[in-house]
Design a protein around this ligand. Sequence first.
Ligand code: ADP
Length: 224
Amino acid sequence: MNAKPEPTSFAELEFQYSFTIFAVHFFLTLYKSSTMVNLILFGPPGAGKGTQSEKLIQKYGFVHISTGDLFRWHTKNETELGKRVKEIMNSGSLVPDEITISMLKEELDKNPKAKGFLFDGFPRTVAQAEALDTFMKAQGTAIHFVIALDVTEQEVRSRIAKRRTIENRIDDEEDKLNKRITEYFTKTIHVLPYYEKQGRLKTVHGIGNIDEIFKNVCAILDTK
Ligand code: ADP
């Protein structure tokens, strides 16, 4: 004789429902973290982050997040944020973390479907690096690679002197540039040990042929 099935209780249904939601969320997170590649390009002003970023975006389809470009966009378009940061940027100083981190978070939220992010000029302080890790974790992903372009101060100065004659960026003027280089060597450089300790830091020699440097960066990315 067939036993009559017991009616499923509400608590049981609720349990099954929560379990299914948990499982779907878990596998989606797992899928996202296995397909997404997030990269930080690191280096002093004039290291070639912009040039390499363009090539990397073309090849891998990253969403490019350059905090320098974003700040320039805001100042050019005279937004509230732009007005707050204009003087700071033009002097060559770093914009305070609180402003930079909230602008970055907004950019991340605009791109929920990104295949991967390329961060250029961010993070520049340890507090920014920690905030970025928190944001990535909340998205079920992480920073997979930090690639530092290794370029000497002398090379950086000569590249920016050349760029000064072409682009006319206020912060490329000699005294502002000195300030940016000081900011890099006193504050930003401390971000490197943060990633080195976690085994995420790779260094690429950043002087020489642009395509050769690109090839070396790609070789690192292709290990994932
Ligand atoms: P650089 O050529 O010096 O690397 P960027 O174009 O990346 O310059 O940035 C220009 C300016 O924007 C910086 O000097 C600084 O004032 C501001 N800025 C950009 N990114 C950051 C950041 N992550 N934190 C604080 N300030 C930033």
